[in-house]
Ligand binder design. Structure first.
Ligand SMILES: Cc1cc2nc3c(=O)[nH]c(=O)nc-3n(C[C@H](O)[C@H](O)[C@H](O)COP(=O)(O)OP(=O)(O)OC[C@H]3O[C@@H](n4cnc5c(N)ncnc54)[C@H](O)[C@@H]3O)c2cc1C
Length: 544
């Protein structure tokens, strides 16, 4: 993961496969291809998972909503998708158990009849799960038991249906995929974007003009095949390869707001069965806070989607209908928005109704492969389908090895690993639990760094489990280049508390500056830029 060394290397190389975009799909594809022995380059114009893959609801699921729609509309494609999601759920949980875990979700209901409806639906959902992840079956909870588990729920509920799905730390899972791809031999680079392609005499893609987004330095790389994994931006890359291609992606914006952990008060999540616009909402425990989401609206333009005031109010209204004491906008400590890379239907169907399925497209004229659509849960299946297609063009197809490939940090990891971290470090329970779940067995490398310098054992900010050694680890071993790489995607602090992230930026910049040779002036500019961005997000969310 030495970025400058990799940049020096790529220029004169011919790769078998150049993957553009390092979200879940691209990082998953790079890992799959590298495990099959291909010579792979993975690039992203921003950071690993900086797009949608760090801004999801973080559920690993077959999606109960699609099961409902499948039965209502007798739609086999939706049923197939639920089954795929549930099969992949088992694999995602098994391959990085430090980053993904089973999650209990409570669906509160207003009447026994409503409870019966959800109970039957969730029993069917249980049946669809392959059993590979052995999650407990769904069951009915009495009103008393529901309120005992989540005391802030309104007394006007009749009870709840409890069921299980998976939850992951999306950005860190994506980073583990990219690091695992590098371990398997791929060259992985963040902050390197595709500018344009050059074609051969037959009109097929031959080279890519890349640019280091941090310095503006151009690079030209040759590759036998190019794979477009740019999610919501896929059409732009498809048009670069072949301007005659029709648009296929219909980006849909979804936002989340972060609330105090005490809203749920436990390790369990809530599924709010109905909002004003007929959607469901999720309130999930994440890093000691509660994430509330999401929305589903058409989106166009290049600006980063962020939480807006009216969206914050909409989310709060949906949750408040089920709480005994309503939450206010001032309870929100952060928020984020992402773009679903939905595959467009021919008509103007509401984006909420578009299937979250995927497709591998091969444009024969330019020889560009694109993976379109899909969701986090099925990233591995998407990658497999794409690399099967690429592999059959390049050579005799080799079998995919990702179903059982443990990601970095996962080998020898077990639930009590935090105690091993504690024995080695003497850090508090909460720091050790945090280190074990963020890094898996690699937490011991963070501990070793901390032991090399007493200052590195200090917290980044008081009241949170992050230690300063993590900043150095992020630069040296996780290719972090900017404050946001560390605060949003390595530590996740930006998702849980904007004000604290703005404060932490000063310490993060100090260590990053030291590691990356920033001048004092550059350090100050980075902090100012980051703090200004946070002030702007707070203002847009109506939190001033
Ligand atoms: C609000 C919301 C909630 C969601 N919740 C869930 C959920 O709970 N469970 C689930 O399974 N799925 C969920 N999803 C869907 C899931 O997050 C996405 O399907 C998935 O993350 C898409 O991954 P991707 O790699 O295809 O795209 P992205 O993660 O967007 O990655 C594309 C990458 O391409 C890069 N890129 C773009 N152009 C270029 C270029 N020219 N050169 C180089 N790089 C480029 C971008 O920087 C970006 O990093 C959710 C989505 C949203 C929006």
């Amino acid at each position: 993961m030495d970025r400058s060394q990799k940049l020096q290397y790529i220029g004169n190389q011919t790769f078998d496969l150049c993957v553009i975009g390092a979200g879940a799909t691209g990082a998953g594809a790079a890992l799959d291809a590298a495990l099959r022995g291909l010579k792979v380059l993975l690039v992203d114009r921003d950071d690993f998972a900086a797009g949608t893959s760090s801004k999801s609801t973080k559920l690993i699921h077959g999606d109960v909503r699609y099961l409902e729609q499948a039965f209502k509309e007798l739609d086999l494609a939706q049923l197939r998708q639920v089954r795929h999601g549930l099969e992949e759920r088992a694999i995602v949980l098994a391959n990085a158990p430090h980053l993904a875990r089973p999650l209990a979700l409570l669906t509160p209901v207003r009447s026994r009849l409503e409870g019966l409806y959800f109970s039957i639906g969730l029993k069917l959902y249980d049946q669809f799960a392959s059993g590979g992840d052995a999650l407990p079956p769904s069951r009915w909870l009495s009103k008393e038991e529901t309120l005992r588990r989540i005391p802030r729920l309104s007394r006007r509920i009749a009870g709840a249906v409890l069921y299980y799905d998976g939850q992951l730390d999306d950005a860190r899972y994506c980073l583990a995929l990219a690091r695992s791809a590098a371990e398997a031999g791929a060259v992985v680079l963040n902050h390197v974007g595709l500018r344009q392609f050059e074609k051969d005499a037959q009109g097929r893609l031959a080279t890519a003009e890349l640019e280091d987004s941090l310095t503006g330095t151009p690079y030209t790389v040759r590759s036998k095949v190019f794979l477009n994994c740019t999610g919501p931006y896929s059409d732009a890359v498809r048009m670069m390869a072949n301007p005659d291609l029709p648009e296929r992606i219909r980006p849909s914006k979804g936002v989340h707001a972060t609330l105090p952990g005490s809203v749920l008060g436990a390790e369990e999540a809530l599924l709010i069965p109905k909002t004003k616009d007929g959607r469901v909402l999720f309130a999930l425990p994440f890093a000691g806070k509660t994430l509330l989401g999401t929305t589903d609206t058409d989106y166009s333009g290049d600006l980063e989607p962020v939480l807006l005031e009216q969206e914050a109010d909409f989310l709060l209204e949906g949750l408040n209908a089920y709480l005994s004491h309503p939450l206010q906008r001032s309870d929100i400590s952060a928020g984020f928005g992402g773009l679903r890379p939905l595959l467009a239907a021919s008509d103007r169907t509401n984006t909420g109704k578009l299937l979250r399925d995927h497709e591998v497209e091969h444009d024969v004229a330019s020889n560009l492969f694109s993976v379109l659509g899909g969701k986090w849960t099925t990233y591995r299946l998407m990658a497999k389908d794409a690399i099967d297609a690429v592999d059959s063009q390049l050579q005799a197809p080799r079998s995919c090895g990702t179903a059982t490939h443990r990601l970095m940090g996962a080998v020898d990891y077990h639930r009590d690993f935090w105690k091993t971290v504690q024995e080695a470090s003497g850090f508090s329970d909460s720091v050790c639990r945090h280190l074990a779940s963020n890094y898996g067995v690699d937490a011991m490398q963070v501990v070793a760094l901390a032991q090399s310098n007493a200052v590195l054992t200090q917290p980044i900010v008081e009241g949170f489990p992050f230690v300063q050694a993590e900043i150095v680890f992020a630069v040296r071993h996780e290719m972090a280049c900017t404050l946001r790489d560390v605060l949003a995607r390595r530590l996740r602090l930006e998702l849980i508390d904007w004000a604290v992230a703005a404060q932490a930026a000063v310490v993060v910049a100090q260590w990053m500056g030291q590691e990356l040779g920033w001048t004092e002036q550059h350090r100050g500019q980075e902090v100012e830029k980051y703090q200004n961005a946070i002030a702007e997000w707070q203002q847009k969310a109506g939190l001033e």
